[in-house]
Design a protein around this ligand. Structure first.
Ligand SMILES: NC(=O)c1ccc[n+]([C@@H]2O[C@H](COP(=O)([O-])OP(=O)(O)OC[C@H]3O[C@@H](n4cnc5c(N)ncnc54)[C@H](O)[C@@H]3O)[C@@H](O)[C@H]2O)c1
Length: 280
């Protein structure tokens, strides 16, 4: 039965996603979707005990069929006025193929499909990463391909063939760069519905995903990164939610197709400060 509430859909039942829906979810019905249903149920329990109306749902964002099932279930309940994608796998969590399939292809499918159904005047965000900002510029032609190639053909692009991807970090950076480019191209289509879509590129935000990185093979690199950034510390999911709130409410009504770097200045230090590769 349809409710008279607007619907928020969150993909990725992690810390960043939860912080955002806690900020935005009052008075709405929230679908919390994750490929690990237990993650969705964990967040649902915490949120229900804090007074929110939440439905846990199983979705694999790397499957278009699964994404369409999620959209259909959400639409049965009401109009989707907000969409948040905070699902993803990090370089220490998954092989190259999976990173490309989930972080790159999955995000492209989500932006495309939610863009077709988002309520007039609605808004969305996807979580990219500072990691994409550290990678050198690609050619204008590659940027255009990443932005506009139909999602079903994306992984056939020469630049994304596994033999052209050095390692899982490179795969992750390409995925996150692609997210930002897709958001730009999708903003044009979302705008036809009076809706907006943006991305947020966080730096190191303490979550299970970041802890896997900090305790993984690149742990020293990450610890050095926040120690030598202007902020001198990692961030919290609630600080990402501060930016999300701006982007998802009327205060951000003139912002669409944009990417927001929130990394305590780590990228600035990487280019012009103590994190410059020649100093490390
Ligand atoms: N934490 C950080 O430092 C950091 C920094 C930059 C970017 N990010 C990005 O933020 C997003 C959220 O990460 P987080 O730190 O909150 O991590 P998290 O591990 O807390 O949450 C990620 C969630 O995504 C889910 N997921 C993974 N693959 C999926 C799939 N195919 N379908 C559906 N769900 C899937 C996981 O099960 C997990 O619950 C990711 O895209 C990540 O790349 C995180």
């Amino acid at each position: 039965m349809k409710t008279n509430k607007d619907i928020i859909v969150l993909t990725g039942a992690g810390q960043i996603g939860m912080a955002i829906i806690r900020r935005m979810g009052h008075g709405k019905k929230i679908f919390v979707a994750d490929w690990k249903l237990e993650n969705a149920k964990t967040i649902t329990k915490i949120m229900e005990e804090a007074g929110f109306d939440v439905v846990p749902f199983e979705v694999d964002i790397s499957s278009k069929a699964s994404v369409l099932q999620l959209i259909a279930a959400a639409q049965k309940e009401g109009e989707i006025s907000m969409f948040i994608n905070a699902a993803g796998v990090s370089p220490s969590q998954a092989p190259i193929e999976q990173i490309l399939k989930v972080d790159l292809f999955g995000t492209a499918v989500l932006l495309e499909e939610f863009g077709k159904v988002i309520k007039v005047g609605g808004a969305g965000i996807t979580i990219s990463s500072q990691s994409g900002h550290r990678m050198p510029a690609l050619t204008p032609e590659t940027d255009r391909q990443l932005a506009t190639t139909p999602s079903e053909e994306l992984l056939n692009l020469e630049v994304l063939k596994t033999e052209n991807i050095k390692d899982t970090l490179h795969a992750y950076q390409m995925a996150k760069r692609c997210n930002v480019k897709r958001v730009m191209a999708e903003a044009v289509k979302w705008g036809e519905r009076g809706a907006r879509i943006n991305s947020i590129s966080p730096g190191i935000i303490i979550t299970p995903l970041a802890l896997d990185e900090i305790n993984g093979p690149r742990g020293d690199f990450y610890k050095n990164m926040f120690a030598k950034s202007p902020a001198g510390r990692p961030g919290t999911a609630d600080e990402v939610a501060n930016v999300a709130e701006l982007l998802l409410t009327d205060s951000g009504v003139f912002i669409t197709g944009a990417d927001f770097l929130i990394d305590g200045g780590a990228t600035a230090s990487y280019f012009y400060g103590p994190l410059q590769p020649e100093n490390n």
